[in-house]
Design a binder for this molecule. Structure first.
Ligand SMILES: C[S@@+](CC[C@H](N)C(=O)[O-])C[C@H]1O[C@@H](n2cnc3c(N)ncnc32)[C@H](O)[C@@H]1O
Length: 292
């Protein structure tokens, strides 16, 4: 589908009276089958984040974990529970997970031959050590109680100022040796729907066009690049321990000839072609600047 049509569809659907209710009714009767490719991608990204933890000698067993933006299919929370996390806070802007999407997630994980460990017989949200915060109300999370904060495919949807606010508000929730792990997709998500676009098409847009598309779809991306996140985390009092950048070679080649918007013209093709990152960050000078 042409990206302009997709934007128009989202703009209309998001503004229909009773739009959310209609969607819920449709899903109730027709179900909401997950895209297996997406769920596999979620598993792969989680495995990388858990691998980073293991490499630092850290384990999920007995941990308290807060996931930002759990989405519709709670692959990450279920796998955290399977790894024996003691408590998993799920979060979102509004509740998205229901019995159907949980069942689809469990079906997917079981068909992937994933060992669901201690939750292998679980089937309802109440069977898991979950606390669902939708909206994300951090007053419900005790200060200095969280071992790990995680997100996957979420931060790119949060605008820069809101991201700064979020990072700052999360600081007090981490234990002194707590860690944040974030997996970010830096690509233009409209390319998922219109394959004629490059994966960094939105970097050619003026700020005005980008703002307009985000306003229409209400789910746009922030266009922050790999190094911007490192800077934002540092600005909010975190020490970035790792910043793994995954470069997309075809995009690197395309980037050499792209007519970028002025704000991106100083970026090298290598920088433009980083389409996925995993960040691991801890508290800088724990507790010293606790009350920011
Ligand atoms: C692309 S989905 C990713 C879902 C899931 N993490 C995954 O990888 O499958 C992004 C999710 O983040 C949620 N989200 C966006 N901004 C958020 C915020 N500020 N706080 C919590 N959740 C947010 C969206 O509502 C959506 O459910």
């Amino acid at each position: 589908m042409r990206w302009q049509l997709h934007v128009a569809k989202l703009a209309v659907m998001g503004r229909l009276p009773f739009g959310a209710g209609l969607r819920a009714v449709k899903r109730r009767f027709l179900g909401y089958p997950p895209n297996r490719g997406n769920l596999k991608g979620t598993l792969r990204d989680l495995e990388e984040m858990v691998g980073e933890l293991a490499g630092m000698g850290r384990s999920l067993k007995g941990a308290t974990v807060l996931e930002i933006g759990s989405g519709w299919f709670p692959v990450i929370p279920v796998m955290l529970a399977a790894a024996d996390a003691q408590r998993v806070y799920l979060s979102d802007l509004t509740p998205r997970i229901d019995r159907g999407t949980l069942a689809a997630t469990l079906g997917f994980l079981r068909s992937e031959h994933k060992d669901l460990g201690v939750v292998k017989h679980a089937s309802r949200l109440e069977d898991f050590p979950f606390v669902y915060l939708a909206p994300l109300d951090l007053r419900r999370v005790e200060d200095q109680s969280v071992d790990f904060i995680m997100s996957r495919a979420v931060l790119e949807h949060i605008q820069k100022d809101d991201l700064l606010t979020l990072f700052r508000s999360l600081r007090p929730k981490l234990k002194a040796d707590g860690l944040m792990l974030h997996c970010v997709d830096h690509s233009d998500h409209l390319e998922h729907h219109d394959k004629r676009l490059t994966k960094v098409n939105f970097l050619t847009w003026s700020d005005e066009l980008h703002t307009l598309v985000n306003a229409l779809t209400r789910e746009g991306e922030n266009r922050l690049r790999h190094s911007d996140y490192v800077g934002l985390l540092a600005e909010c009092g975190y020490e970035v321990i790792k910043a793994n950048a995954c470069m997309h070679e075809p995009t690197r080649q395309i980037a050499k000839g792209l007519r970028l918007a002025p704000r991106f013209r100083d970026l090298t093709p290598d920088e433009i072609a980083v389409l996925r990152s995993v960040y691991v960050a801890g508290l800088r000078e724990p507790r010293a600047d606790f009350r920011d």
